[in-house]
Design a protein around this ligand. Structure first.
Ligand code: NDP
Length: 234
């Protein structure tokens, strides 16, 4: 089955792994990127998800190239870790606007054609931080917890149109985002993971591919952990 897929933030890290996985499975996959060259072998559209005009333009380019988006993976995200006492307005606002506002903008733009087609898949990339909370990440955890309420509301709204909406709560995954953590903090976080290691982007991609695929037709509104057991019980 060849579907039209869009992965935001698909030029590196988890997004790139998801894009490559779905392209490998036979889908037509577009990715958004903000700067630099688009990844080789994938259709790249320049898009900052904080800008509704850029989101609309990106969707138009994708629609012209490969048809209306049938699978949306809202993956673009940032961190601006600070303890609350020193967290600036902009640290909070930028993280919320990118991680939660970005998902709102791309999902809103994607769902109309999905509703007309009476099928579609939306996967939102959240984090174990949404469930556990993380010191120094109140902004990030709030944005990722917001994705769960957002996604579950969409799941209810869109279920009558045969569109599923699911959330992947990723744990500690080996990307630029985790590489930017201080070494001691990364080591302490890894120690807290029951499986005792960081995960790979491919391990997240395989779960996204399942949720986006035909075998997951009866799963919606789920929060699926890919975290080595870190968030167990939440
Ligand atoms: P990276 O930092 O490696 O990649 C982030 C991606 O998001 C990049 O492609 C980046 O684009 C894109 N992005 C950031 N801001 C914007 C924006 N305003 N508009 C468009 N694209 C944007 O992170 P990861 O691959 O690790 O993270 C991917 C997702 O997974 C994020 O939502 C993150 O919160 C989540 N996650 C990651 C975990 C981890 O341990 N790594 C754990 C749990 C969740 P550009 O290259 O242009 O900056």
């Amino acid at each position: 089955m060849t579907r039209s897929v869009l992965v935001t933030g698909g030029n590196r890290g988890i997004g790139l792994a998801v894009a490559r996985r779905l392209a490998g499975d036979g889908d037509r996959v577009a990715v958004t990127f903000r700067s630099g060259p688009p990844p080789a072998g994938l259709f790249g559209v320049r898009c900052d998800v904080t800008d509704p005009g850029q989101v609309d333009r990106a969707f138009k380019e994708v629609e012209a190239e490969q048809g209306a988006v049938e699978v949306l993976v809202a993956n673009a995200g940032i961190t601006r870790d600070r303890l609350l006492a020193v967290m600036a307005e902009d640290d909070f606002a930028a993280v919320l606007d990118t991680n939660l506002g970005g998902a709102y903008r791309v999902a809103k733009r994607a769902v109309r054609p999905m509703m007309s087609a009476r099928r579609g898949r939306v996967v939102l990339i959240s984090s174990v931080s949404a469930l556990l909370g993380t010191a120094g990440q109140a902004n990030y955890a709030a944005s990722k917890a917001g994705l769960i309420g957002f996604g579950r509301s969409l799941a209810r709204e869109l279920a009558p149109r045969n569109i599923t909406v699911n959330v992947v709560a990723a744990g500690l995954i080996d990307t630029d985002m985790t590489a930017s953590l201080p070494e001691a903090r990364l080591a302490a976080m890894t120690e807290a993971v029951p499986l005792g290691r960081v995960g790979t982007p491919a391990e997240v991609a395989t779960v996204v591919a399942f949720l986006a695929g035909p075998d997951a037709g009866y799963i919606t509104g789920a929060v699926v952990p890919v975290d080595g057991g870190l968030g167990m019980g939440h």
